[in-house]
Design a protein around this ligand. Structure first.
Ligand SMILES: [Zn+2]
Length: 185
């Protein structure tokens, strides 16, 4: 059995109304996706499937951790995730995916939701993840290096500014004159 097989929702024979599904995600799940930025993670997924005559409303709750690199010290840590996502499944004469809506044929026997769960995990991650989001602290050795790099950049900027003295107030004055000109036209 493939790690994604449990994510099949048995649509044929499913009665109308609410149905609850629970899935567990581990590293085998992420290994099924090519070029996944996540290799290690432990998440519990709770799915409420509301089957209606004209569509299905899927409400996902993802809770757990994914291992990622800290954007500050580059050390790996377990990033906690706790996110809710919704997906509408509608019927049409051809299958296609759109933002938050999936179209399937009306007689589709089962729908595998693994790729949607995978996408939800990725979009639940913050753009910049640091140790502040999880347990543990940044690697102090790496922080020393990063701080000295920032100081070095600040020194470079200071040197450039000394070489090119610039009066911002003068620029503002020119800008005011320009605005007056535009008004007159
Ligand atoms: Zn860190």
């Amino acid at each position: 059995m493939n790690a994604l097989t449990p994510f099949n929702l048995p649509l044929s024979g499913m009665s109308q109304g609410l149905h609850e599904f629970r899935f567990q995600i581990d590293r085998d799940f992420f290994a099924c996706f090519d070029a996944s930025p996540i290799a290690v993670g432990e998440l519990a997924v709770e799915l409420w499937c509301d089957k209606r005559p004209d569509m299905l409303v899927l409400a996902f709750h993802l809770k757990g951790t994914v291992r990622t690199a800290c954007n500050r010290c580059l050390g790996e840590f377990d990033l906690p995730l706790d996110a809710h996502h919704q997906l509408l499944v509608k019927y049409d004469i051809e299958e296609r995916d759109e933002a938050e809506v999936v179209y399937i044929l009306r007689d589709t026997p089962r729908l595998n939701v693994a790729k949607f769960v995978y996408e939800f995990i990725l979009i639940s991650m913050p753009m910049i993840a640091t140790h502040d989001h999880g347990e543990g602290t940044c690697d102090p050795e790496m922080l020393k290096y990063i701080t000295s790099e920032e100081e070095w950049e600040a020194q470079q900027r200071a040197q450039v500014q000394q070489q090119k003295p610039r009066d911002d107030r003068n620029d503002d004055h020119l800008w005011d004159q320009l605005k007056d000109l535009i008004k007159d036209i």
